[in-house]
Design a protein around this ligand. Structure first.
Ligand SMILES: [Fe+2]
Length: 562
């Protein structure tokens, strides 16, 4: 690795991850949860960095730059500090929470930042990584870079929005003077991500983890009554998201004792109506925020790129795409904090490049798989015609774990660590979710190929990158509704993965052949994991998952069947 430019980047809060660039090419990007099997892991990405150094035989002293991506400073910068003080003063006028409470809140953020920096320094020492080579980048700058540098737009606005990160919750970015620059921001004191998270908790789920369940549930509810209350808490002013603090909303993840009135709403409104209300509020506020900023900075129809956990909301993306001022839209698939190390590398490299797929992690050869199977006394056989095998297995109601190539990054399994099943049986959502111990309100997602997508999804366009990474919902055609009822939600939408031949030729071929032999246009594609565990990383994880009957069979690298 000598004489090569090596950059290592990492983040050490929720969804800890690390990435590696060699001579300005990002060669690897891995999430700690996949190695240590702790979903959404918060902490230092120890195993990820160990894996990167070992795979590329890197001596730590040969690394040119180490990039810390969670925050650039422990304390808030002056501009942010001023904004927070102003918002605290305004907030105090609006409701009953006292200054002590707000200072506690601010101090808890400072305490977290201190802890994260000291944890990072400790582990750098452990890896003999020199502190002199360390660069610290802002959280939202990393989010912004993770979207901006991976699209091919010539002109765009980048939006970042999350619960919290380095004292901010949303920001607007423009590329000027060969630099990505923040044009405006809202702090964590105006975080709509917190509000969505608090409703997630009211509904009995975990914030920062189960927001997707709320999005799925929203389709069953009616928002009209509850939205009238929720609209009092958030608004957009001069291109910024602002919140009004009240007995229903405070800007942090609240316990029942913090916001008893919010939790009482559950008595008056059904879970589905609350979910529908918060989803509608999010859509209204974010769409207004985006539209206003397009008016402020571009005054014309424009391309936008998005990053930050809030944009993991597939229904929100669907609404943003409908905005008249939005031309094309790009989202980086690891929208949450997992994507920070990708952005950190790109901020330093400062060059755009294409993101064909999410396959930037570990892989296992057939020999490694077979050695493991022998060691574990597992029966296996080699196969040559995957689609024939799938047809036979599905006929016999077998659920298939599909494991191939390099580990994916991001929230979704995109066919390298995936569970496959046919989509003709509507009841699959009930029995397979039960079997996988999942309580999902959205049906399983479909996977198809670009040549069939138009038949299945209304207004699907070949240049729409959101379907490439399963990041948006689409209205389904009547053809699909009849053909594959299992993947259609109650509101007539689905959140597909559409594969281009160039991005994943193996899976494209399998799905094309499957269609030719059966006439079926999609398959169900859901993440290959145990209940509340991350997606499987290794063949051993896959075998363990099969042993607890998540799946009936596993196909490794399209050539080994157990
Ligand atoms: Fe974030």
């Amino acid at each position: 690795m000598k004489n090569k430019k090596i950059y290592l980047s990492f983040s050490n809060q929720i969804q800890a991850a690390a990435a590696l660039a060699i001579n300005d090419d990002i060669v690897e990007f891995v999430q700690e949860e996949r190695f240590n099997r702790k979903k959404m892991y918060r902490g230092f990405p120890y195993r990820s960095i160990k894996y990167l150094l070992s795979k590329y035989k890197i001596n730590p002293k040969d690394i040119n730059k180490i990039i810390y991506c969670y925050a650039d400073k422990i304390y808030p910068k002056n501009e942010i500090k001023k904004n927070i003080s102003l918002r605290i003063d305004e907030g105090l006028k609006q409701q009953q929470y006292n200054k002590i409470k707000y200072n506690q809140r601010l101090n808890s953020e400072i305490k977290l930042q201190k802890k994260l920096f000291s944890n990072a320094n400790l582990f750098l020492k452990k890896f003999k990584l020199s502190k002199k080579k360390l660069i610290c980048f802002d959280h939202h700058a990393c989010h912004a870079a993770s979207a901006f540098y991976f699209n091919n737009f010539k002109d765009e606005i980048t939006f970042t929005c999350d619960g919290k990160g380095n004292y901010l919750s949303s920001a607007v970015w423009l590329y000027k003077g060969k630099k990505l620059k923040m044009k405006s921001f809202s702090t964590t004191f105006d975080s709509i991500g917190y509000f969505y998270g608090n409703i997630t908790r009211v509904l009995g789920f975990t914030p920062e983890k189960h927001e997707g369940k709320v999005t799925g549930l929203a389709a069953y509810g009616k928002y009209k009554a509850i939205i009238k209350i929720f609209r009092n808490f958030f608004f957009v002013e001069e291109g910024k998201i602002k919140s009004i603090w009240s007995k229903y909303h405070i800007p942090w993840f609240a316990e029942k004792s913090d916001l008893p009135e919010l939790f009482k709403l559950k008595k008056k409104y059904s879970d589905k109506d609350l979910a529908s209300g918060v989803q509608k509020l999010l859509e209204e506020v974010i769409c207004k925020w985006i539209s206003e900023n397009i008016n402020i900075y571009k005054k014309k129809r424009v391309n936008i790129s998005l990053a930050g956990g809030v944009f993991g909301n597939v229904k929100l993306i669907h609404e943003i795409k409908k905005l008249k001022k939005v031309d094309s839209l790009f989202i980086q698939p690891a929208t949450g904090d997992a994507g920070l190390p990708l952005g950190g590398l790109k901020l330093l490299i400062n060059k755009k490049s294409n993101l064909a797929n999410t396959f930037l992690g570990s892989s296992y050869s057939n020999r490694e798989v077979v050695n493991l199977l022998k060691k574990r006394n597992k029966k296996y056989r080699y196969i040559s015609n995957v689609e024939e095998v799938l047809i036979d297995l599905f006929k016999r109601k077998k659920v298939v774990g599909f494991f191939k190539g390099r580990m994916e990054f991001g929230y979704r399994a995109l066919c390298n660590r995936t569970i496959l099943y046919h989509a003709k049986d509507r009841t699959v959502n009930k029995w397979l979710n039960k079997r996988l111990n999942r309580t999902e309100f959205m049906p399983f997602a479909p996977v198809t190929i670009s040549s069939l997508a138009k038949k299945c999804f209304l207004n699907w366009k070949a240049n729409d990158k959101t379907s490439k990474f399963m990041l948006s919902v689409y209205e389904c055609s009547n053809f699909l509704k009849k053909k594959a009822p299992a993947v259609v939600h109650v509101d007539g939408t689905a959140r597909p993965q559409v594969i281009d031949k160039a991005d994943d030729p193996i899976m494209y071929q399998i799905l094309e052949n499957y269609f030719k032999k059966t006439g079926e246009v999609v398959l169900i594609n859901t993440s290959f994991n145990n209940h509340e565990e991350p997606i499987v990383e290794s063949p051993l994880d896959a075998i363990k998952s099969m042993s607890i009957k998540n799946v009936d069979n596993v196909i490794f690298n399209s050539s080994i069947l157990i």
